[in-house]
Design a protein around this ligand. Structure first.
Ligand code: SF4
Length: 195
């Protein structure tokens, strides 16, 4: 073997070693970060991994009925970049989503629709109530408007404002992720109605 080919082989080996070390580092870092997330609610590694995966891969379903929905669109735009939190893959089928964002006024005629869509979502499912209208009816204090979606479906995080800013939506997602991190990670069987 000539000196130049020996050097070439050496450099190649170094490159391979470097790549292997990088991969090892990534795996170790990943394992460390998942293990560090073990809590009372997720005492073993499997629970911690399930929680970690769930909270970092939320699939949003926007139930947008009014102006708040426009603000939600801003939160997924490149400026605010909701994808930084693993929740950018907006779906328009409830069967492909696990985080509903109710953005806008809900009137009584829409109640059965909202309930049906919620029930069709994957489990475990989460709800963010965005804006004054969804949280409490807002200034529509009248006989046509539902005075808060928590009268018909469970809400995990409420976002105040009329409309809330996109940053507030991002904060709601972070709060929801915290809540998921601290809740029991169980594998819930699907109860999605076959309709
Ligand atoms: S809270 Fe305000 S911005 Fe949001 S839907 Fe109601 S009126 Fe529109």
């Amino acid at each position: 073997m000539t000196t130049s080919s020996h050097l070439a082989n050496h450099t190649q080996r170094q490159t391979v070693n470097l790549k292997l070390n990088d991969t090892d580092g990534l795996e170790k870092g990943l394992t460390d970060s998942v293990l560090m997330m073990r809590t009372e609610s997720a005492p073993n590694t499997l629970d911690a991994v399930v929680q970690w995966g769930r909270k970092n891969s939320l699939w949003p379903y926007p139930f947008g009925t009014a102006c708040c929905a426009i603000e939600f669109m801003a939160s997924v735009s490149s400026i605010h970049d909701q994808s930084r939190f693993g929740a950018e893959l907006v779906r328009f089928s409830p069967r492909q989503a696990d985080m509903m964002i109710v953005a806008g006024t809900i009137n009584h005629k829409m109640v059965p629709v909202l309930k049906r869509v919620y029930e069709q979502m994957c489990e475990p499912r989460y709800v963010i109530s965005m804006g004054a209208c969804a949280c409490s009816g807002g200034f529509y204090d009248n006989y046509t408007t539902l005075q808060g979606i928590d009268m018909i479906i469970p809400v995990d995080v409420y976002v105040a404002g009329c409309p809330p800013r996109p940053e507030a939506v991002l904060e709601a997602i972070i709060k929801l992720q915290d809540k998921m991190q601290n809740s029991k990670a169980t594998l819930v069987p699907s109860q999605t109605p076959q309709e």
